[in-house]
Design a protein around this ligand. Structure first.
Ligand code: TXA
Ligand code: MG
Length: 319
């Protein structure tokens, strides 16, 4: 059975040997390997069953280290990094040759982030290489927000999961790139609300909706999906057929009428979008385990983290 715990030295040793290890972040758990070692990176793709065209995020612990593997940091990127790192924000920056093409799927930009988790920051500080890490779920399934989620799904394939408790944010990082004029473009909605980012760099262009040949395949139309079919309901009391006893629900604040209470999970009774984000993936997993045939999910307000939650629910609804 897989080992999990808080042994930083064990995680460090394994990573130095080219192994892959589960690591906690504030967003979701990552499946980490030495970003400068193509064999370790290949192992990540294999364990996740991830297509080679879907590039990885590189994690490190300081802007000084970032400068060692990117060509340049445009002024707006620097401003965002200084304001929000460590935090749930990933920046697409021109890569140096030291980053293997495998990491970026041949793109000339590399996705970079400094995660905000004390254990993982300690680990990154102790290593002399950055960590490539996608979310630690099988490709296409719901991202893990506890060490147990990682062990449940990848336990027989990886030697260790560093257990940092439940993820505080619960949604993958927001991904921002820059056009030729260095204007920021949002490629994936995520754990950093657009409102917060716009307060620093002004109005943002959002391009997280394309489905074919995606620049960020986290944007693939079907993704983050439970095994059971999921229906996204436009509003709270949309009609649910009372005959459908096999229906379960993911509600925002209050239970949905006509569905038995033991088949429902409430994301945030207080109506708090931050709390809803933190519960989202764990609750989807729980509903996926219930003896139901279909999951009804209530659409949340399109503001703050509600936007990213709705984005994940829309993708979970695509078959
Ligand atoms: O919060 C997160 O971002 C988590 C934690 C572990 O840091 N990681 C994560 O990784 O969500 P992953 O691999 O599941 O999603 C990374 C996304 C993918 O959709 C990928 O296509 C995109 O980042 N990406 C990576 N490099 C890119 C690049 N150079 N250009 C465009 N998109 C890129
Ligand atoms: Mg992922």
């Amino acid at each position: 059975m897989i080992q999990s715990g808080t042994d930083l030295q064990a995680a460090k040793n394994l990573l130095e040997q080219g192994e892959v290890v589960g690591i906690p972040t504030e967003t979701v758990y990552g499946l980490a390997g030495n970003a400068l070692n193509p064999d370790a990176v290949l192992r990540i793709f294999k364990v996740k069953n991830r297509p080679a065209f879907d590039p990885l995020i590189v994690h490190t612990d300081s802007l000084a280290k970032v400068s060692q593997f990117v060509e340049a940091i445009p002024a707006p990127a620097k401003k965002l990094a200084e304001t929000f790192w460590p935090g749930p924000l990933t920046l697409l920056l021109p890569k140096q040759a030291i980053i293997p093409d495998l990491v970026t799927s041949g793109l000339d930009t590399v996705a970079v982030r400094i995660p905000n988790h004390p254990l993982t920051l300690d680990l990154l500080r102790s290593l002399d290489f950055p960590l490539a890490a996608p979310s630690a779920n099988p490709f296409g399934y719901i991202s893990p927000t506890t060490a147990q989620h990682v062990a449940d799904q990848l336990g027989d394939q990886i030697p260790y999961v560093l257990d940092g408790g439940a993820c505080q944010i619960g949604l993958e990082s927001t991904i921002i790139g820059f056009d030729e004029d260095h204007d920021p473009i949002v490629y994936r909605l995520g754990g950093m609300a657009l409102e917060s980012i716009e307060a620093v760099v002004g109005p943002l262009t959002v391009r997280s909706h394309s489905t074919s040949n995606p620049k960020a395949p986290g944007m693939l139309s079907s993704h983050y999906a439970p095994r059971k079919p999921l229906v996204l309901m436009p509003s709270h009391y949309a009609a649910v057929d009372p005959e459908m006893s096999e229906v379960g629900a993911l509600a925002f604040q209050r239970p949905i009428e006509n569905i038995p209470p033991d088949r429902q999970l409430i994301l945030s009774p207080a109506g708090d979008l931050t709390e809803a984000a933190k519960n989202l993936f764990a609750y989807l997993r729980q509903l996926d385990q219930l003896d139901i045939d279909i999951i009804y999910a209530e659409k949340l307000p399109d503001e703050g983290l509600g936007r990213a939650i709705n984005d994940r629910l829309r993708r979970a609804a695509v078959r």
